[in-house]
Design a protein around this ligand. Structure first.
Ligand SMILES: Cc1ncc(COP(=O)(O)O)c(C=O)c1O
Length: 379
């Protein structure tokens, strides 16, 4: 089926008992077993829950993958992928990524004996050079948070596979509407469902999608063993959010392009980072790899004072962490999402005191531009 149809129907048969058109929230912790040693496939709700299973099937279909597993947050989804590794294993990761992923790698997983090399994954040669015999995963975020740098997934997959490593892509910024990494050769897709997938800023969750039966079995084992599962209610919220993913993303995209063009022509925005702009260093790759350019834009205001004046004046845009909601969210990566990245790395990557990130929502673009225009007047 087409993507929009799958958003609404994939994995979702009408509920068998009543025919309820909306799959119900199975708010239960356990299931009665008719006789000792016999059950209906449902034993305990950490292991499996019907509402979660439907969402898992739905997200797997949208990513054009075979298996989905959902977790309590994007971070717990990423964490579980790395729990498939063992002490001494090596990971190549992008030098710019969501600050929380970097924090998980550097402050938590390294303590358990995993080794990480951080490279500019937009350069395939840098990825190739970093791969060692012990490399098990190449972890990519594309576009990156917040610098909007793109990585060629297909080229990296070729290099990683030649070195015996899997490619894991954080597809949170794009959602499968804009990019399907498994089709490009990646082995695993991770998501913070908190963002575009749910889309309404009312649930925190994560997902892991893959094609390999063997890997899916490991992820399923860890989902149950570690227990950071997505609740039935949150599963239902994401299912509900995903039904409108295609129409929301179409509008996010239109507004994103319009906002980026407005910012690119504004004299107070010293630099604009958006893959849809022709001067973006990977604009050609964006056209090839993505089905649009998305709604995430970062721009440089030159100093902390300018960023503060700007952010203090926005009214319609909500100042806050997170992204991907129907409402426009605006943030200051240096002090918010990327505060855990060492200052020298932040400066090298361009995460400066003057950098502002905007997740363009689906409001009327004229209202959004008027709000941003008014904020610029204070700078
Ligand atoms: C790209 C990316 N990946 C993962 C995460 C983590 O997701 P969560 O907040 O659901 O744990 C975020 C959060 O902002 C993110 O931006």
């Amino acid at each position: 089926m087409g993507f929009s149809t799958d958003c609404i129907h994939a994995g979702q048969e009408p509920e068998p008992v009543t025919g309820a058109v909306t799959f119900p929230i199975f708010q239960t912790s356990t299931y009665v077993q008719p006789r000792l040693g016999e059950h209906k496939g449902w034993e305990y709700a950490r292991t499996k829950n019907p509402t979660r299973s439907v969402l898992e099937a739905n997200l797997a279909a949208l990513e054009r993958g075979k298996h989905g597993h959902c977790f309590a947050s994007g971070m717990s989804a990423i964490d579980v992928v790395f729990r498939t590794l063992a002490k001494g294993d090596h990971v190549v990761a992008g030098e710019n990524m969501y600050g929380g992923s970097y924090r998980l790698f550097s402050k938590v997983l390294e303590k358990f004996g995993l080794e990480f090399s951080y490279v500019d994954t937009s350069k395939v040669d840098a990825v190739r050079a970093a791969i060692r015999p012990a490399t098990k995963i190449v972890f990519l975020e594309t576009p990156t948070n917040p610098m909007m740098t793109l990585t060629d997934i297909a080229a990296c997959a070729e290099v990683a596979h030649a070195g015996g490593a899997l490619v894991v892509v954080d597809n949170t910024f794009c959602s499968p509407y804009l990019q399907r990494p498994l089709e490009l050769g990646a082995d695993v897709v991770v998501h913070s469902t908190t963002k575009f997938l749910n889309g309404h800023s009312d649930s925190v969750g994560g997902a892991v999608i893959c094609n390999s039966d063997q890997l899916a079995e490991k992820i399923g084992f860890l989902q149950n063993a570690v227990g950071a599962i997505l609740s039935p209610f949150d599963s239902w919220l994401v299912l509900r959010g995903v039904k409108t993913l295609a129409v929301r993303m179409k509008r996010h995209e239109e507004n994103g392009v319009a906002m980026a063009n407005y910012l690119a022509h504004h004299p107070k925005a010293k630099k604009v980072y958006y893959p849809g702009l022709p001067d973006h260093p990977q604009h050609a790759l964006a056209k090839r790899q993505m089905d649009g350019f998305g709604a995430m834009i970062s721009f440089e205001l030159g100093s902390y004072q300018n960023a503060k004046k700007f952010l203090d004046r926005v009214r319609l845009c909500s100042l806050g962490e997170s992204l991907g909601g129907v409402e426009t969210l605006i943030s200051h990566p240096e002090t918010m999402t990327h505060a855990s990245v060492p200052i020298a790395d932040r400066q090298r990557l361009g995460i400066t005191s003057g950098l502002v990130r905007i997740s363009v929502g689906i409001e009327d673009i004229e209202d959004l531009i008027a709000d941003v225009e008014n904020a610029f007047e204070g700078v």
